[in-house]
Each structure stands twice: as structure tokens, then as C-alpha cells.
Design a protein around this ligand. Structure first.
Ligand SMILES: [Fe+2]
Length: 346
């Protein structure tokens, strides 16, 4: 079976189904090659967005078999975050070498994995919330940045900013950070200072790109200027800040907290795309949405009928209505308007 896929999200390790030619007619890549990271980068640099890959029908109709064991890189990154946060809490500075070494092993792991959500689900509940949340936001920011075709250098800086976005919380009382319930007005005012503390801490690390510290400062600002701490508006919020804001909300909504259960993925995405108008940058939010849908191919979904179905093909014009399969029966949700996906993934 030949299917069209978005280069940024669903091509690694797949077989190229058609010869690819440059604009002057030279053969760039022959059909039949197995797509590796450098092939994808080469095609993205040449402006390709989609390619055709081969999937044997049996493979696409059954769930994607991926190694769901949590890669060591993720647990190592959590440990690095633990070290850095303890250092800051004790009044020490973060070592730039720790930041650089950490992102240099995390970045290739994340960009080379299509479905990072499985790893992030494994990461959850294994450690205290702020630690796993910092790593998750770094990882999701990189995936959104990858889908937005950022350069490798930008993805590196974005990943650092994502990991460090809440480091300012180390300067605050644990009673507020770990409070098992909504904050009162005074506590909320206090917590609103964490982006400023974070900005100061990251500035002291003296990383090359000043946008990293600015993104840490801006990750709770809103497009309409009603965020905090400086009420910066949309056009003045930097790219990394906009991406981290989306990854931050997504991870918070889809994580279990002491005072509420996690939100199902599709509901969280709908909330981000429709329910955060004026808050999150819409183009960035839609990139996250597309990423989640692309990795849902081959996954089990729950329909409003209560039945479990497998996603077979994404409908490009209406991505929430893919072709699904229940046992031997195919259902095209584009035409079966009374049936819809209640939740993605389990
Ligand atoms: Fe934050």
C-alpha cells in the first residue's frame, strides 16, 4: 500500500515509494531506500513537505509496534534536571556543560522518534511532577519545533529553553510548588514570579542564544497580553516562548494531578486549539494538533459508540475524521458523520 505522509512526523525507517527528483530533473533519492534522519533533513532543506512511502497492508492495519521501554536518555535527562534544580535550590549556579551535554544526547533521540508520547506516558508518575514536566515540555517543544521545520540549532536551543522553563520554581517554597490543590491569591502572586527567577538563572548560565532566557521569561505570557509576569503581547513573545507555552499547557492538561485526573488527549488538543483563543499562538497549537494526529496512525482510538477502532489513514482535509477499522470492517468517519473519535490512544 502506498501512502502520503508528512515528512516531519511519520517517515523514519519507512521505505520510499517513488523516485524523488530535484527541480532540474536530477535523481535525488531512488525509490526503495529506507528513510533515515539525514534523508529527511535533506528533503526538508529542499522544501519537500510530503513524500510517498510503502506500507504493507498488514503492518498499517495493526498497531505500530514500538519499543515502549523508556529510553535511558529520558531517565538521564530527569537526573540531570534533578542535579540542576538541587544546585539552584542550594544557591549554586547551573553548569553550562551540564545543559549542553544533556541536550546533545536528548535532541537526536527525540527528533529520531515518531511517537514520543509513549515515552512521556512512561515518564509520568515515575518522579516528582516538576522534574518530569520539565523533561516532557523540552521533548514536546522539540517535536513541535521539528514539525515547524526549525533548524537543528534552533531545535537545540528550544529544547534547552523547554527543559529549563520552570527552573525559577527552585527559588520558591516547596509548600506552594507541591500544594495539592488550587492556589490562593497570595500564593498565585508568588508563583507568578517564577519566570523572572528563571530568566535570571538562565542568564547566569551564559548560553550563546539570548532567546533561551527570554523564552523562559515569556512562557506564561498570553497572545492578548493578559499573561504574566510582564503582560507581553503576541508579536513581542519570541518563537521559543510561544512553542513552550503550547507544550506546557498540553503536558499539564494530560498529566494526572493531585486535584484532578488527566484530560484525554483529543480533549486536551481540542481545548488547546479552540479553548485557548487569545492565550496560545494558533499556528503553534495547530502544529501540535497535526503531530498528534499523524502519530495516531495504527493506534487504537475510542469512538463515541464505545467501540475501539484502529486508525488506518488520516483524512488530509479533515484530520479528526480518519478511516478507521473495527475488526474486519472499515469505517470512513468523513462520511459517517454520526460517529466520531471520543479519545485518542489509551
Ligand atoms: Fe511555568
Amino acid at each position: 500500500m502506498l501512502i502520503r505522509v508528512d515528512l516531519t512526523t511519520f517517515s523514519l525507517g519507512k521505505t520510499l515509494a517513488k523516485d524523488l527528483y530535484s527541480s532540474d530533473g536530477q535523481l535525488l533519492m531512488p525509490k526503495g531506500i529506507i528513510l533515515k534522519e539525514f534523508h529527511i533533513q535533506q528533503l526538508l532543506q529542499r522544501g519537500y513537505e510530503y513524500i510517498f512511502i510503502l506500507e504493507d497492508e498488514g503492518a498499517i492495519l495493526s498497531p505500530i509496534v514500538e519499543n515502549t521501554r523508556l529510553p535511558e536518555v529520558y531517565t538521564n535527562t530527569v537526573e540531570t534536571m534533578r542535579d540542576m534544580m538541587s544546585a539552584v535550590s542550594a544557591g549554586h549556579m547551573v553548569k553550562p556543560s551540564e545543559v549542553n551535554e544533556s541536550i546533545d544526547v536528548l535532541l537526536p533521540e527525540v527528533t529520531g522518534t515518531n511517537n514520543v508520547l509513549k515515552h512521556l506516558l512512561n515518564l509520568r508518575n515515575k518522579d516528582e511532577y516538576t522534574l518530569q514536566h520539565s523533561v516532557s515540555v523540552g521533548v514536546m517543544s522539540i517535536k513541535i519545533g521539528q514539525a515547524m521545520k526549525l533548524t537543528a540549532q534552533q531545535l537545540r536551543n528550544l529544547g534547552i529553553a523547554g527543559m529549563l522553563h520552570d527552573i525559577g520554581k527552585c527559588k520558591m517554597s516547596n509548600d506552594i510548588i507541591n500544594k495539592p490543590g488550587p492556589l490562593d491569591a497570595a500564593e498565585f502572586k508568588e508563583i507568578q514570579k517564577h519566570p523572572i527567577y528563571g530568566y535570571q538563572i538562565v542568564n547566569e548560565i551564559k548560553l550563546k542564544d539570548p532567546d533561551i532566557a527570554t523564552a523562559v521569561l515569556q512562557h506564561h505570557e498570553h497572545q492578548d497580553g493578559h499573561g504574566y509576569p510582564l503582560q507581553t503581547k503576541g508579536e513581542d513573545i519570541n518563537l521559543y516562548g510561544n512553542i513552550i507555552a503550547v507544550a506546557d499547557v498540553f503536558d499539564a492538561l494530560t498529566s494526572d494531578r493531585a486535584y484532578r485526573p488527566r484530560m484525554p488527549l483529543l480533549k486536551a488538543i481540542e481545548h488547546i486549539v479552540k479553548g485557548t483563543l487569545g492565550h496560545l499562538e494558533p499556528m503553534v497549537a495547530r502544529r501540535l494538533f497535526k503531530y498528534i494526529l499523524d502519530i495516531s496512525i495504527g493506534e487504537t482510538v475510542i469512538l463515541n459508540t464505545g467501540q475501539k477502532a484502529t486508525v488506518v489513514l488520516i483524512n488530509e482535509t479533515d484530520p479528526t475524521r480518519p478511516l478507521v477499522k473495527i475488526e474486519e470492517e472499515f469505517i470512513d468517519l468523513k462520511t459517517e458523520q454520526n460517529i466520531f473519535i471520543q479519545d485518542l490512544l489509551s
